[in-house]
Design a protein around this ligand. Structure first.
Ligand code: NAD
Length: 510
């Protein structure tokens, strides 16, 4: 089935491909959101169900489009984009009514009262997305925001506009108020203008450098922002790990999508006693990757510049390029590259995101050293620990500064598990997408508190006028809350009760 060059768009607004955008998408979005918010969560989920059918029916065409535009192999476009989007949508649309349902809260200090916690849509959510996962990132940002009752304005990367239009096409099959989802194409300047025009929430996925600008722009209003940024994610390989399995994981985890993955394995921390054996296995596997069919292309020129900078830094430091290190296939790809050597932990390939098929390796002796090496960088998105000893692996994991850690798998795999809250710490950003947390992050919480009893409400002892009786009530109350044994608590409650009775009967309300 042929895929159109432009998405068939009915409920979206396509703005021009330049920076002269004068129309704001927000008025239409707000009108649509007002209607959308009157539906129940279950009704919204029902209306969004056709997305699953469209993605499933047109899987091949969509994967081909992503392959052509982004350069990732068709297999990865099917697996990491279209199928992952279907799995995510299926989980979300089945679970959102439960997750967003009102919660009843009992109150410990005043047990005669109770509260209801409600989740309220922000209004209009602006989603700014990158080029490396041009379908699944917009899907996993936009669908939760919509389900939660928001309108969505999506500003995808200017590098992959057609792939990001797939979501618009899928949503066009849904019965949504016009303007509820709008696709606004353009460069970073368009993204900046969309923030200036004041959405109610921003979900940004991209580089740490742009993330800082986005946060500064949001701070002016202020607009709540989720930042999903990059990382230099590490794999720890213990001496008891299955080295053949772990080296296969490292070969894939460091190079799939041409290494252009936020959760790519960029650092290896290998137990010294198995380092030679592990790296020999890994070099062999990196050199056996089918670079024509299985290795993703460099998506755009800006990437090549980063690789050149990092390769120059490696050369200047005299590090050992164990394999790779050069551009191949008419400069459309970088060969899978493994770098090691004295001083590697100061090199750019260790401290800064390469976002390419490059992995830097070092060794450790004790687990404390592995933790220290892992936590020596500013970012922390995902990590992985490979060991036959699960208890040891869990102990290590509990000390790593990263948002998601996998034991005996690479962290990037966790992106495909819809239940898991995705996001990092430090320079990898904050806030979460995916999972219950990601869905709740598309809402703010509202508490409605009330009496359990339909009888009179006595004057509160902390209201005016202040006086000795009020103070006696509050002192006894505070001591009762402090505990100190059941008998003491009962005595304090009795004292507070007596003082409260006197206050109620002898002190008039203000
Ligand atoms: P980028 O920061 O260059 O651009 C991201 C988006 O921001 C694009 O849509 C761009 O047009 C827009 N933009 C640029 N300047 C802007 C501004 N001033 N105001 C508003 N929007 C602006 O990132 P990229 O090169 O597209 O993507 C690669 C980066 O994304 C890598 O660092 C990668 O690690 C990160 N990433 C993170 C995750 C995650 O989940 N944590 C996932 C994928 C990619």
């Amino acid at each position: 089935m042929a895929c159109p060059r432009r998405p068939r768009v009915t409920h979206t607004t396509l703005f021009p491909w330049d920076n002269t955008m004068t129309t704001s998408p927000y008025p239409a979005a707000r009108d649509a959101q007002a209607q959308w918010a009157t539906l129940s969560v279950a009704q919204r989920c029902q209306r969004l169900m056709p997305v699953i059918d469209i993605l499933s029916e047109r899987m091949d065409a969509f994967a081909q489009l992503i392959h052509e535009e982004n350069g990732k192999p068709v297999f990865e476009a099917v697996t990491h984009e279209v199928s992952a989007s279907i799995g995510f949508a299926r989980w979300l649309l089945s679970n959102a009514p439960r997750i967003l349902a009102d919660t009843q809260l009992s109150l410990s200090v005043f047990p005669h009262r109770r509260a209801t916690l409600q989740r309220v849509a922000y209004g209009t959510v602006l989603i700014i997305s990158p080029w490396n996962v041009p379908l699944f990132i917009p899907v996993s940002g936009a669908l939760p925001a919509l389900v939660a009752g928001n309108a969505v304005v999506l500003k995808p990367s200017e590098v992959t506009p057609r792939s990001s239009g797939i979501l618009a096409e899928a949503l066009a099959a849904c019965d949504l108020p016009s303007g509820l989802f709008q696709l606004v194409q353009g460069t970073g300047k368009v993204g900046a203008k969309l923030i200036r025009d004041r959405p109610d929430k921003v979900i940004f996925t991209g580089s740490a450098a742009t993330g800082r600008k986005v946060m500064a722009a949001c701070a002016k209003h202020p607009i709540p922002v989720t930042l999903e940024l990059g990382g230099v994610d590490a794999m720890i390989v213990c001496e008891d790990a299955d080295l053949d399995y772990a080296s296969s994981a490292a070969a894939w985890g460091s190079t799939f999508n041409g290494g252009q993955v936020c959760a790519s394995v960029e650092r290896l921390i290998i137990h010294r006693s198995v380092a030679d054996k592990f790296t020999a296995l890994l070099i062999d596997k990196l050199e056996r990757i089918d670079i024509h069919n299985d290795l993703g292309k460099i998506c755009f020129d800006g990437q090549r510049d980063v690789y050149r900078r990092h390769l120059d830094d490696i050369a200047a430091r005299g590090l050992n390029v164990a394999t790779g290190g050069s551009f191949i296939a008419n400069d459309s790809k970088l060969a899978p590259t493994l770098v090691a050597g004295e001083g590697i932990t100061q090199a750019a390939v260790w401290t800064d995101e390469t976002f390419g098929p490059v992995v830097a390796a070092t060794t450790f002796d004790g687990d404390d050293e592995a933790v220290r090496l892992h936590n020596s960088v500013d970012s922390g998105l995902t990590a992985s620990v490979f060991s036959a000893d699960k208890a040891r692996a869990k102990r290590l994991a509990s000390q790593l500064r990263a948002g998601l850690i996998s034991i005996n798998d690479v962290g990037a795999t966790l992106y495909g598990q819809p239940e898991l809250p995705w996001g990092g710490v430090g320079h990898s950003g904050f806030g979460r997408s995916h999972g219950e947390t990601g869905l709740l992050d598309c809402t703010w919480s509202r508490v409605v508190e009330e009496s359990r009893l339909d009888i009179f409400e006595p004057k509160r002892p902390w209201w005016y006028p202040y006086g000795d009786r009020q103070r006696a009530v509050m002192e006894s109350f505070g001591r009762a809350l402090a505990g100190g044994g059941r008998i003491n608590q009962l005595a304090q409650i009795a004292k507070a009760g007596k003082a409260a009775w006197q206050m109620l009967t002898r002190t008039p309300r203000l």
